[in-house]
Design a protein around this ligand. Structure first.
Ligand code: ATP
Ligand code: MG
Length: 347
């Protein structure tokens, strides 16, 4: 692939904006197909039966009942806060995403909300509710008190293989749920979208929201963070499938093992000066691999099973769950919770 082609990829992002007002009903409710969002919550209704005004739903959280404890993170789309429900004392992560964005992007966000609300998997972050208010979509998420793998790597620098196997196993179970049960390609598997808690649980979050936002904003900085883990076929604009998530997982696991993003040239702390050079390298060059001098043969083989240039050569999430690398540590009582417990709070 030529540099020109990669540039065109970015320039081909549609620039046209649809006014938000087109999606707002007279009652201040944001409506997209059969999905309704307002300050009272999120409601799925059939197209034929959309009510003229929404009543508060039973047992629903309202935004007014959530008190901010602190800001816990910032992504390209907005801020994530730790909030506490005034009446129950329960804590949540509240993710606010500004909505002055294109219709296509907004549709994808709505899609994420639908998927998350329907999710019943211990390896996927629960979305409790969602609101549309004053140009922001606010998503009430399960709070993961150790932050993301990106936060954890900053402290531990690298993970030893037994911990990696335990992390991988959970992410693979989350991917199996998304791929096989829900037929969803995540599209944005990266360290900041794999969240961890003090129980040693690892869960997948963000179904394409951040990548889509970064894309629409066309900001190079956010762009870089989002596209590093993208598979060669996605960079080239080819068709892609579930195996695209497996590529991203391979890069994430290799980064967790070495402490560095796999394509980072040795000794270059600043990263890639030219973003297009990085994309070109991912597309043109052989994939990265784990060094057999530093890692077990099972680990090297696991990485190689994920990071294949040809999508059909990658193993599926289901097959990877039975990979010797995952099996190797299954009987060893690896205590990820203890490792996480020794870290200082992420924010
Ligand atoms: P990008 O927007 O570029 O995709 P990102 O994934 O870091 O980056 P967000 O999804 O907005 O952006 O998340 C920002 C940070 O907030 C995360 O890195 C994580 O530390 C924290 N965070 C997000 N969701 C939760 C959650 N449910 N529980 C605890 N912390 C969270
Ligand atoms: Mg995220």
């Amino acid at each position: 692939m030529k540099k020109k082609d990669i540039k065109q990829l970015k320039l081909s992002v549609p620039a046209q904006e649809t006014p938000i007002s087109e999606f707002l009903t007279a009652s201040g409710t944001f409506q997209d197909g059969d999905l309704l969002l307002n300050t009272q919550g999120l409601r799925l209704v059939s197209q034929e039966n959309i009510p003229s005004s929404l009543e508060p739903m039973d047992n629903q959280i309202t935004l007014a009942d959530l008190e901010t404890v602190k800001v816990i993170g910032k992504g390209s789309g907005g801020v994530v806060q730790l909030v506490q429900h005034k009446w129950t004392g329960k804590v949540f992560a509240l993710k606010a995403i500004q909505m002055n964005i294109q219709e296509t992007v907004r549709k994808q966000i709505v899609q994420e909300l639908k998927i998350n609300q329907a999710s019943q998997c211990p390896y996927v972050v629960v979305c409790h509710d969602a609101f549309y208010n004053n140009g922001f979509i606010s998503i009430v998420l399960e709070y993961m008190d150790a932050g993301s793998l990106a936060d954890v790597i900053k402290q531990v620098k690298t993970f030893a293989e037994p911990y990696l196997a335990v992390i991988c196993k959970q992410v693979l179970k989350g991917l199996i749920y998304l791929h096989h049960d829900r037929h969803i390609i995540h599209r944005d598997i990266k360290p900041s979208n794999l969240l961890v808690n003090h129980k040693g649980e690892v869960k997948i979050t963000d179904f394409g929201v951040s990548a889509t936002l970064a894309n629409s904003m066309g900001q190079r900085d956010t762009f870089v963070g989002t596209y590093n883990y993208m598979s060669p076929e996605r960079i080239s604009g080819s068709t892609y499938g579930y195996s695209s998530d497996i590529w991203s997982l391979g890069l994430v696991v290799l980064e967790c093992a070495t402490g560095n993003f796999p394509y980072l040239p040795p000794g270059q702390e600043e990263g890639w000066l030219n973003f297009y050079e990085l994309l070109e390298t991912i597309v043109e060059q052989p994939p990265p691999c784990a060094s057999p001098d530093q890692f077990s043969s099972e680990f090297c083989s696991f990485i190689s099973a994920c990071v294949q240039k040809e999508p059909r050569d990658r193993m599926s999430a289901t097959d990877l769950l039975n990979h010797p690398f995952i099996k190797k540590y299954e009987d060893q009582n690896v205590d990820l919770a203890a490792l996480i417990g020794n870290l200082s709070s992420p924010a």
